[in-house]
Design a protein around this ligand. Sequence first.
Ligand SMILES: *Cc1c(COP(=O)(O)O)cnc(C)c1O
Length: 457
Amino acid sequence: MQRYRQNDHPWREGRIFGYIFDVDEEVREVIRQAYTSFLTENALDPTVFPSLLEMEREVVAIAASHLQGDGEVVGNFTSGGTESIFLAVKAARDKFREENPHLTQIQMILPVTAHAAFHKAAHYLDVEAIVVPVDPRTFKADVEAMKDAITESTFLLVASAPSYSHGVIDPIEEIGQLALENNIYFHVDACIGGFLLPFWRKLGRDIPSFDFSVEGVSSISMDFHKYAYAAKGASVVLYRDKGLRKYQIFTCSHWTGYAMVNPTVQSSKSGGPLASCWALLNYLGEEGYLELSRKTLVATEKISQGIERIGGLYILGEPEMSLLAVASDEVNVFHIIDEMRARGWYIQPQFARGGGKENFHLSITAAHFSLVDPFLEDLEESVESARRLPPPEEVDLGELKVEDLDEVSMGAFLEMVGIREGRLPSRMAGIHQMLNSSSPELVEAFLRYFSNELYSL
Ligand SMILES: *Cc1c(COP(=O)(O)O)cnc(C)c1O
């Protein structure tokens, strides 16, 4: 296994700006010990393992008070943001359907900056996602556009605090009013921001209200496996009250086995992620998290200022958290990503969607506090190298359309872009450039084919 690991990105050094939320060896050890000590317990039945019920109640209580919930707020521990979002959509869907049995095709309204998990939820849960534009300068949800999209079939409004792509907080109070006026549900996706933002507020940052203090907010998702640095498999979905959460719970007595009660998607599930999350929340406490949040804040400020100083780069919108989208009008951003990769840094491309411009994304964490200078030095060098490169060689798709893509043309297509046996070329700029200028449908078809090949023997 150690040999297998040789080609993995060396995340322990912190030279990665997505996927990894890691503090240090001390924290890793806490996570590991707690995780393994509850590895075998099954959270499927909290009456057999009341330890897990107790820990879940405590973790949910911490989350609820962190997000200014009152005694009525309830919730559940889940495996991640996606599961929390699925459950919130399902609860709102089922309650709305019960209240409006004549409506068959129901809709939720998403700003284009809402996380892809909502599109996935729409797909799995058979509801329609109505995507509306955001303000092209601030990248915040356009409340008028949301208002105009509301019909009698609208069951849910969605907003982010903040959005993953641009790190900006949607106008939650205004959208809350919209939800109240129309008597519909409103989910705030605070998956990435919910844990960190209250600490930044304590550190003096001006953070608009985004949580249960806002009228009209009916549910919130918040991940612990992001800025609470918990082991992956740790999130929470919270509801304003039990009346809505009830619709999240699935029960079954229509078979010959045990009577099943599943508040969340998984049935049998390890106690490890919950125990590990509980342990870390208690180990670090308010004080520990405040310090990590301060480091994240300082790193974000320094990196933002450094980027603004590097000629040719600029930050999209005005990020209110540690998530930056960096664009350029002079240098190809996909070349910059390749150049950074060659210098040992992983950063994510974001394509031009929703009227925006292609850019690279940085999720800055406490681990980047001590890496600001080497990062900015390498970034400046990378921009200069990228500037001297010719534009990425685009694969000519000709008249190719999604409906023309069959197994044969897809295979040829992968070869054309230099992907062989699931191995990506070391320079991805050409592929990124092509995907960036392709339709979302084509990119989705391509990625599905690629994944189907990747996981084949
Ligand atoms: C990470 C994230 C999600 C999805 O969470 P997973 O844990 O990856 O399933 C949803 N919304 C936002 C804003 C996120 O940052």
